[in-house]
Design a protein around this ligand. Structure first.
Ligand code: ZN
Length: 151
Protein backbone atom coordinates (compact mmCIF):
# COMPACT_ATOMS: atom_id res chain seq x y z
CA UNK A 1 0.00 0.00 0.00
CA UNK A 2 3.01 2.22 0.46
CA UNK A 3 3.17 2.99 -3.25
CA UNK A 4 -0.29 4.49 -3.06
CA UNK A 5 0.66 7.13 -0.52
CA UNK A 6 1.62 10.59 -1.63
CA UNK A 7 5.20 10.68 -2.86
CA UNK A 8 6.66 13.04 -0.28
CA UNK A 9 4.99 11.31 2.63
CA UNK A 10 5.95 7.96 1.16
CA UNK A 11 9.62 8.93 1.11
CA UNK A 12 9.60 9.93 4.78
CA UNK A 13 7.85 6.70 5.77
CA UNK A 14 10.28 4.55 3.77
CA UNK A 15 13.27 6.43 5.19
CA UNK A 16 12.10 5.93 8.77
CA UNK A 17 11.16 2.29 8.23
CA UNK A 18 14.58 1.49 6.76
CA UNK A 19 16.58 3.62 9.19
CA UNK A 20 14.43 3.86 12.32
CA UNK A 21 15.52 6.59 14.74
CA UNK A 22 15.98 5.83 18.44
CA UNK A 23 15.85 2.12 17.68
CA UNK A 24 17.50 0.77 20.82
CA UNK A 25 16.85 -0.29 24.36
CA UNK A 26 17.05 2.60 26.77
CA UNK A 27 19.38 1.96 29.69
CA UNK A 28 17.81 3.15 32.92
CA UNK A 29 14.38 3.66 31.37
CA UNK A 30 11.75 4.73 33.91
CA UNK A 31 8.98 2.96 32.07
CA UNK A 32 8.55 0.51 29.26
CA UNK A 33 5.74 -1.48 27.69
CA UNK A 34 5.22 -4.03 24.97
CA UNK A 35 2.66 -3.83 22.21
CA UNK A 36 1.37 -6.38 19.72
CA UNK A 37 -0.83 -6.04 16.68
CA UNK A 38 -1.96 -9.59 15.80
CA UNK A 39 -3.61 -8.48 12.56
CA UNK A 40 -0.27 -7.56 11.04
CA UNK A 41 2.22 -9.20 13.39
CA UNK A 42 3.75 -5.92 14.56
CA UNK A 43 5.61 -6.07 17.85
CA UNK A 44 7.05 -3.05 19.55
CA UNK A 45 8.60 -2.27 22.93
CA UNK A 46 8.67 1.39 23.96
CA UNK A 47 11.09 2.81 26.54
CA UNK A 48 10.76 6.18 28.25
CA UNK A 49 13.09 8.13 30.48
CA UNK A 50 11.26 10.78 32.49
CA UNK A 51 12.45 13.97 34.10
CA UNK A 52 9.52 14.87 36.33
CA UNK A 53 6.71 15.04 33.79
CA UNK A 54 8.97 15.60 30.77
CA UNK A 55 9.82 12.81 28.36
CA UNK A 56 13.57 13.16 28.44
CA UNK A 57 14.24 10.27 26.09
CA UNK A 58 12.07 7.83 24.15
CA UNK A 59 13.22 4.76 22.24
CA UNK A 60 11.82 1.52 20.86
CA UNK A 61 12.73 -1.97 19.71
CA UNK A 62 10.76 -4.67 17.95
CA UNK A 63 9.80 -5.76 14.48
CA UNK A 64 6.91 -4.47 12.49
CA UNK A 65 5.78 -3.48 9.04
CA UNK A 66 6.94 -0.26 7.40
CA UNK A 67 4.01 1.74 8.77
CA UNK A 68 4.49 0.53 12.34
CA UNK A 69 8.27 0.97 12.34
CA UNK A 70 8.17 4.43 10.78
CA UNK A 71 5.37 5.47 13.13
CA UNK A 72 7.42 4.38 16.15
CA UNK A 73 10.50 6.11 14.77
CA UNK A 74 8.73 9.42 14.11
CA UNK A 75 6.95 9.15 17.46
CA UNK A 76 10.19 8.85 19.43
CA UNK A 77 11.67 11.72 17.46
CA UNK A 78 8.70 14.00 18.02
CA UNK A 79 8.24 13.32 21.73
CA UNK A 80 11.70 14.00 23.13
CA UNK A 81 11.59 16.96 25.44
CA UNK A 82 7.77 17.11 25.46
CA UNK A 83 5.69 16.97 28.62
CA UNK A 84 3.29 14.09 29.19
CA UNK A 85 0.44 16.50 28.54
CA UNK A 86 1.93 17.58 25.21
CA UNK A 87 2.59 13.95 24.30
CA UNK A 88 -1.03 13.14 25.00
CA UNK A 89 -2.21 15.98 22.79
CA UNK A 90 0.08 14.84 19.96
CA UNK A 91 -1.23 11.28 20.30
CA UNK A 92 -4.80 12.49 19.96
CA UNK A 93 -3.79 14.53 16.93
CA UNK A 94 -2.19 11.51 15.28
CA UNK A 95 -5.14 9.31 16.17
CA UNK A 96 -7.66 11.74 14.67
CA UNK A 97 -5.45 12.09 11.61
CA UNK A 98 -5.11 8.39 10.80
CA UNK A 99 -8.73 7.60 11.58
CA UNK A 100 -9.88 10.44 9.36
CA UNK A 101 -11.54 12.45 12.13
CA UNK A 102 -9.50 15.54 11.42
CA UNK A 103 -8.74 17.46 8.28
CA UNK A 104 -5.39 16.26 6.92
CA UNK A 105 -4.18 19.70 5.92
CA UNK A 106 -5.04 21.30 9.24
CA UNK A 107 -3.39 18.41 11.07
CA UNK A 108 -0.23 18.86 9.03
CA UNK A 109 0.12 22.37 10.43
CA UNK A 110 0.13 21.17 14.04
CA UNK A 111 1.67 17.72 13.74
CA UNK A 112 4.67 18.51 11.55
CA UNK A 113 6.34 15.39 10.20
CA UNK A 114 3.76 13.12 11.82
CA UNK A 115 1.33 14.31 9.14
CA UNK A 116 2.96 11.79 6.78
CA UNK A 117 0.52 9.25 8.18
CA UNK A 118 -2.54 11.04 6.83
CA UNK A 119 -2.70 8.56 3.93
CA UNK A 120 -3.26 5.73 6.40
CA UNK A 121 -6.91 6.78 6.76
CA UNK A 122 -7.56 5.23 3.36
CA UNK A 123 -6.39 1.84 4.65
CA UNK A 124 -8.38 1.05 7.82
CA UNK A 125 -6.44 -2.14 8.47
CA UNK A 126 -3.23 -0.08 8.67
CA UNK A 127 -4.56 2.31 11.30
CA UNK A 128 -3.57 -0.16 14.00
CA UNK A 129 -0.06 -0.43 12.59
CA UNK A 130 0.33 3.35 12.88
CA UNK A 131 -1.23 3.69 16.32
CA UNK A 132 0.34 0.63 18.03
CA UNK A 133 3.52 2.51 19.08
CA UNK A 134 1.35 5.27 20.56
CA UNK A 135 -0.88 2.91 22.52
CA UNK A 136 2.27 1.20 23.76
CA UNK A 137 3.75 4.53 24.82
CA UNK A 138 0.59 5.28 26.81
CA UNK A 139 0.83 1.91 28.53
CA UNK A 140 4.45 2.60 29.40
CA UNK A 141 3.58 5.98 30.92
CA UNK A 142 0.75 4.36 32.87
CA UNK A 143 3.19 1.68 34.07
CA UNK A 144 0.98 -1.10 32.75
CA UNK A 145 2.56 -4.54 32.78
CA UNK A 146 0.29 -6.40 30.38
CA UNK A 147 1.13 -6.58 26.68
CA UNK A 148 -0.90 -4.01 24.76
CA UNK A 149 -2.87 -5.64 22.00
CA UNK A 150 -4.76 -3.85 19.27
CA UNK A 151 -7.37 -6.64 19.34
ZN1 ZN B 1 1.68 -3.44 10.55
Amino acid sequence: MISELDDLYQQVIIDHSKKPRNFRELAGADCKAEGYNPLCGDRVTVFVKLDNSTLKDVSFTGSGCAICTSSASLMTESLKGKTRQQADAIFHGVHDLVTGKSDAEAAAATLGKLAVFSGVRRFPIRVKCATLPWHTLNAALEQRRDVVSTE
